[in-house]
Design a protein around this ligand. Structure first.
Ligand SMILES: Nc1ncnc2c1ncn2[C@@H]1O[C@H](COP(=O)(O)OP(=O)(O)OP(=O)(O)O)[C@@H](O)[C@H]1O
Length: 259
């Protein structure tokens, strides 16, 4: 291997995301935990002391997760409902503060979720323009990308109607089309492909591949394991907020299916 190849290989394996013993705890106000509710005696004591019912409970959603992601990785995150997948993605995107531990990212992470904020009362067209500006594209770049985004979203003439008239699948397609118009250092996709039809899935898988080739890192949460196996080169299986397995898609998905 020449020195140049060695350098290139090293650059390829440049870490983009380091998650170090990450814990995420949600605080839910207005709900007492089972432990705090206590028994009749403690309820009586609260009355005597004129204290109200305890008002806060904690949900420990991510419990000590650690891994390193590299340039060019497409990582599928799988696990049962409530295992912490969306929480982990939101923490990597910087939207949730760690309770303890840390997330380090090289570049700006972008989260594309089914709940991404587009304006329901604006047309698809206005949302494309605003969404592109929000990602930092210039007016000229928006002009250049516009037709491509409309075409990719497959929304057709609905592009001139307000987004509240769109089905959930159409909304998800538009979000993905806008978000993927720009190459991202770290792109986090939360079930964005789940509502698309087969044709859209095929197109978006191709786009994810392209993004990997542009040396970004893609995280994909999906319940459809076929999509994960076809799109990703690595899979992290979360169980009850912890990593149960981290490895090549075929092996991890097989173990998950047999669990
Ligand atoms: N905003 C919140 N406030 C309190 N608890 C939350 C909140 N969001 C998620 N949780 C809890 O955190 C845990 C992990 O939830 P999360 O949504 O990350 O799981 P998930 O694996 O993405 O689930 P799903 O496959 O159903 O989307 C669950 O116990 C959930 O109840």
């Amino acid at each position: 291997m020449t020195e140049q190849e060695k350098q290139e290989r090293k650059a390829e394996r440049r870490p983009t995301v380091i998650v170090d013993d990450l814990h995420i705890v949600y605080r839910v106000y207005g709900a007492a935990s089972e432990h705090e509710k206590g028994n009749a005696a403690s309820a009586l004591m609260r009355i005597v002391r004129r204290q109200g019912r305890p008002q806060m409970t904690e949900v420990h959603a991510v419990k000590g997760v650690s891994f390193v992601a590299y340039h060019g990785d497409a990582i599928g995150v799988i696990g049962r409902n409530g295992s912490g997948k969306s929480t982990l993605l939101r923490a990597i995107a910087g939207l949730l503060p760690p309770h303890s531990g840390a997330v380090y990212t090289d570049g700006q992470p972008s989260l594309v979720g089914v709940n991404a904020a587009l304006m329901r009362d604006l047309t698809g067209e206005r949302n494309i323009v605003l969404g592109c500006y929000a990602m930092g594209l210039t007016q000229q770049q928006v002009k250049e990308k516009y037709d491509d985004i409309v075409d990719f979203s497959g929304i057709g003439k609905f592009i001139n109607l307000p987004m509240r008239t769109y089905s959930s699948g159409m909304g998800a397609r538009l979000r993905f089309a806008i978000a993927s118009a720009k190459s991202h250092d770290v792109m986090l996709i939360d079930e964005a492909l789940a509502t698309g039809d087969r044709e859209f899935k095929r197109k978006s898988q191709k786009r994810i591949k392209q993004m990997r080739e542009e040396a970004g890192t893609v995280f994909l949460v999906a319940h459809n394991l076929d999509v994960i196996e076809e799109t990703c080169n690595r899979v992290i299986w979360l169980h009850d907020g912890k990593i149960r397995m981290d490895g090549d898609p075929h092996t991890v998905i097989e173990a998950y299916n047999n669990a």
